[in-house]
Design a protein around this ligand. Structure first.
Ligand SMILES: [Zn+2]
Length: 285
């Protein structure tokens, strides 16, 4: 499935920003969610959009788009604990101060390209992982604050992370943050909750506690986490089916964020009944 099908609510936003010369949309971007590879793909999508020599589309074959696809573009840089390091940089587990200073000094020269810096972490097999306060510590991050607040012309910073709060508040507050839902990790099984939760977006606010009660009952036969994952799968399917209905998709994405919060609460052993009530209060309006 193409990125622009899966994430049309994001790709359309950036396409429109580009077409209307709204470059403030491309200064500093924070992607968060559990699918880090898709975040990275979105970052490359943005890099191609900004550097394409032709009429950009995902299959473009121009020199710049090809370079970006093969990770050879001179101005599109991945910064991680294993990328963009000098030989004398001995740090192996973090994005070092040396690296962020190198990013900064690279900006003092002009570039014919639109520069894109993608900050992330990498696993042992090169898989994309998210930034956190261990691999991207305060000292290195602080060196960037000024330039990510007001990047030079033709420069974009993109940060990838699992949870927004995994990056320092000072970085968060200087970025436009976008939740990137995962379509990959789930099995799309949501039969469990259909009887109780189908078309929940049509439910009446006055029935919130009954609905939460039904979910709680269901969670006794399964687990609260299983019920929340089923709801999540159900919403992901709704997003796919309703891709054209921008406003509805926007609501669904907001609901997904609430599910993420509820999952965390359950993992923290908060009383599931309270979790379901809290969730239903937030998503049934
Ligand atoms: Zn191109």
């Amino acid at each position: 499935m193409q990125l622009s099908d899966k994430y049309s609510f994001l790709t359309n936003y950036f396409l429109k920003a580009k077409n209307t010369n709204n470059y403030s949309a491309f200064q500093s971007i924070l992607f968060y969610g559990s699918d880090l590879q898709s975040q990275y793909d979105l970052a490359l999508y943005i890099a191609k959009l900004l550097n394409c020599e032709k009429n950009f589309d995902e299959y473009c074959n121009c020199q710049n788009c090809r370079w970006i696809d093969s990770h050879e573009h001179p101005a599109v840089v991945t910064v991680s604990k294993v990328d963009y390091k000098t030989d004398d940089d001995t740090s192996k587990t973090v994005i070092s101060l040396k690296q962020t200073q190198m990013v900064k000094s690279s900006l003092t020269t002009t570039s014919d390209y639109h520069r894109v810096f993608i900050f992330c972490d990498k696993g042992n097999d090169g898989e994309i992982l998210g930034l956190n306060q261990i691999n991207f510590q305060e000292e290195s991050a602080n060196a960037l604050l000024k330039i990510i607040e007001e990047p030079p012309r033709n420069t974009t910073f993109i940060f990838l992370t699992r949870d927004k709060n995994d990056v320092l508040q000072t970085i968060q507050s200087r970025c436009m943050a976008f939740f990137v839902p995962s379509f990959e990790l789930e099995n799309y099984d949501y039969d469990l909750i259909l009887d109780v939760f189908q078309d929940y977006f049509t439910f009446e606010r006055q029935n919130v506690f009954d609905i939460a009660g039904d979910l709680f009952e269901l969670s006794k036969e399964n687990t609260p986490l299983k019920i929340l994952e089923s709801i999540q799968n159900y919403i992901l399917c709704l997003i796919k089916k309703n891709n054209d209905n921008k406003q509805f998709v926007y609501k669904l994405i907001e609901d997904l964020k609430q599910i993420e919060t509820a999952k965390k609460q359950v993992q923290l052993n908060i009383n599931p009944q309270n979790v379901f009530e809290d969730l239903c209060l937030k998503i049934i309006k």
